[in-house]
Design a protein around this ligand. Structure first.
Ligand SMILES: [Zn+2]
Length: 337
């Protein structure tokens, strides 16, 4: 675990051993962005990411729409992009993909960009994918935590939370701010902690945006929140080690997604219940989506296993995107049928 200077005191108070790794630094932008805007080979700034989605919207104006679901603490828009077949006579099922809830996990927005755009492209030529977007609308939050994401580019590469001003510190861990199990183990009430849950469930505009948008969907059936790193496919619950009512179904679909994601490059992902596979975490997004809506709700930890951690080299963007598109197809097929 890497913590920032705000968390050293709490870490030591727990009696955990800690040592100094490196001084905080803004990333060397020459390493990360060549300015080509190619989301398959480099990480992009927030505005560049939205620009790509805008290009896709302009290229497919009947399929792709967008709306502003909210605004961050610093006033950046929290966008949602929606991909669907517009001639479908009945309101389709909807799935929601969340990217970039944790600021430093740069591979997450990059992967979700590919899922959205590749599905859009394939639907033009493949009957299967055309059918999929007919049955299932895909709604994407390209960067749910834009303030934190930009902060990782300008100030602190390892920032995780949003940028709420807590008085003597900054930030709420948005993935401890959802309602299910809020306040429990695996979250902190200390504002300077990197897992600070916030003053109340849904206290943050960035989580309110997701909650309020999902409430407008007529038939919300699936949810994936993309994180890094560790290579896990995780399902509820995170807040307790008790299994969810649909554990057999989650296990079956989790295994199918695991098989798909491992297929092209042999990368080892592990699927299972969050609390027993990774760790207990309370107030997480997919627990909420499953609890309130009964949605097929996953959290996926992308590459790698810790060699590079949050600083996944740009050469690994493309294979991570490709392998995760296959797991996404399995997920879509499950919710479509
Ligand atoms: Zn995360």
């Amino acid at each position: 675990m890497i913590v920032g200077p705000d968390d050293v005191k709490e870490l030591r108070s727990l009696g955990l051993p800690a040592f100094f790794v490196s001084a905080l630094q803004a990333p060397d932008q020459r390493t990360y962005s060549q300015g080509s805007g190619d989301y398959r080979s480099e990480y992009l700034r927030f505005e560049q990411i939205i620009q790509k989605y805008e290009e896709w919207r302009q290229a497919s104006p009947t399929w792709v729409t967008r709306q502003q679901a909210g605004a961050s603490w610093e006033g950046r828009p929290v966008w949602v992009y929606r991909l669907r077949e517009p001639t479908t006579p009945i309101p389709p099922k909807s799935v929601v993909l969340q990217a970039g809830i944790h600021a430093r996990e740069w591979i997450s927005p990059a992967v979700v960009m590919h899922l959205f755009n590749h599905l859009r492209e394939l639907a033009q030529t493949s009957i299967l994918h055309r059918w999929l977007i007919n049955e299932v609308e895909v709604c994407v939050f390209p960067v749910q935590n834009p303030d934190g994401y930009e902060y990782t580019w300008t100030s602190n590469r390892f920032w995780r939370k949003n940028r709420r001003n807590n008085g003597s510190s900054y930030g709420v861990d948005l993935n401890r701010n959802y309602s299910k199990g809020w306040g429990g183990a695996g979250s902190s009430g200390n504002p300077s902690s990197s897992t600070y849950r916030g003053p109340a469930p849904f206290s943050e505009p960035e989580t309110q945006a997701v909650r309020d948008f999902v409430a407008t969907l007529p038939n919300f059936v699936g949810f994936i929140d993309y994180h890094s790193y560790g290579q896990y496919i995780l399902w509820p619950w995170g807040y307790t080690t008790n299994p969810p009512p649909d554990r057999v179904e989650f296990d079956r679909i989790g295994r199918a997604m695991e098989q798909a994601v491992e297929d092209p490059f042999g990368m080892d992902y592990r699927q299972g219940q969050t609390s027993t596979t990774l760790y207990i975490a309370s107030g997480v997004s997919n627990d909420w989506a499953y609890d309130v809506y009964g949605a097929l709700a996953f959290a996926i930890e992308l590459r790698d296993r810790g060699t590079y951690g949050f600083e996944l080299p740009p050469e690994q963007i493309r294979p991570t995107q490709d392998e995760n598109f296959l797991a996404f197809e399995v997920f879509l097929l499950e919710v479509a049928r």
